[in-house]
Ligand binder design. Sequence first.
Ligand code: SF4
Length: 386
Amino acid sequence: MNASPNLLDMDATALVAFCTQLGEKPFRARQLLRWIHVNGQSDIQAMSDLAKSFRNKLASSAQIFAPPVLKDSTASDGTRKWLLEVGGGNAVETVFIPEPDRGTLCVSSQAGCAVNCSFCSTGKQGFSRNLTPGEIIAQLWMAEFLLRRDLNQTERIISNVVMMGMGEPLLNYEPVLTALRLMLDDNAYGLSRRRVTLSTSGVVPMIERLARDLPVALAVSLHASNDRLRDQLVPLNKKYPIKELLTACNFYLKYAPRDFITFEYCMLDGVNDFDTHAYELIKLAEQVKCKFNLIPFNPFEGSGLKRSPKQRIERFAKILTDAGVFTTIRKTRGEDIDAACGQLAGAIQDRTKLAQRTLKFTAKRQLLNQGVSSNDLNVETIRPYS
Ligand code: SF4
């Protein structure tokens, strides 16, 4: 594989440094950004307003490389899902959800996930590795320009990005931050902070860090109304219980582009959908400005969980709404191509045992270096060559 730097890995600052290293003026970085992210150009030689000598230098020292598309499916409701190959037998998924007034792209941040939420099919496959900044931004790059080409449109199609795909974005912090900078950069995608949402299972210290570094809209996967239940559904809660999570949310709100946090709540039949849970949520909502998004669970094989009946979800929403808590019920999209929330799995079956072991070992070491306790991880404790 070509080991030259991938220009998709670079935000504006990194591109300026790279151009300087090649003996070029900093403004070349802006030109490059625009060619790549505004025009979707991947052929360096086609960047016509760059001097031929610079193009030659670039072409021999860098590449523009996006993960190959393994599968491209469109659901009956127009939802489109891509399976992208990220090497080592791993694949990640990206989902585009068209709506009359917006186009939303759901982006993955990791291959697999170590958090191991009990209702999530990504969590069940374990963690393989963090995505690079290029692999994250390439999802937006690929989707935007593929959609424009297929729909024969020159106008922007993706207006909103949600970091709600595979992985816990705050456990892959720096690459996610670089990708977010590109999403917001006027010389790249120019999205407003309000239209970029990061969803976390509640990595408290990193919520506070994101608030200072680059506050975009924040969604928190709450899914339970008390610690006892949340410890079971979102194991990270044992490390960062609800009280600490709410304190972090209030801190985030001082910087956030929206004046509320969205709490995601997956509706699980007979587990977290009793009236008492709704009343407990009302108490939580008194402590932080928030809105609730109730997500009908999308069952997957082996989960042992069922979706709450429609009437139950509606009653739950009514209890919250009657108490003045803004609540929506998420419309399920893309079910016929397994693109609905919590259904992203992405595992491809031909991974070799050695590749799998090596990647899991590296991944575990990376996460432990970030201060995550090994008890919180769904990563096998194995050495690559044992
Ligand atoms: S819900 Fe999110 S954090 Fe939890 S296992 Fe799935 S991808 Fe990971």
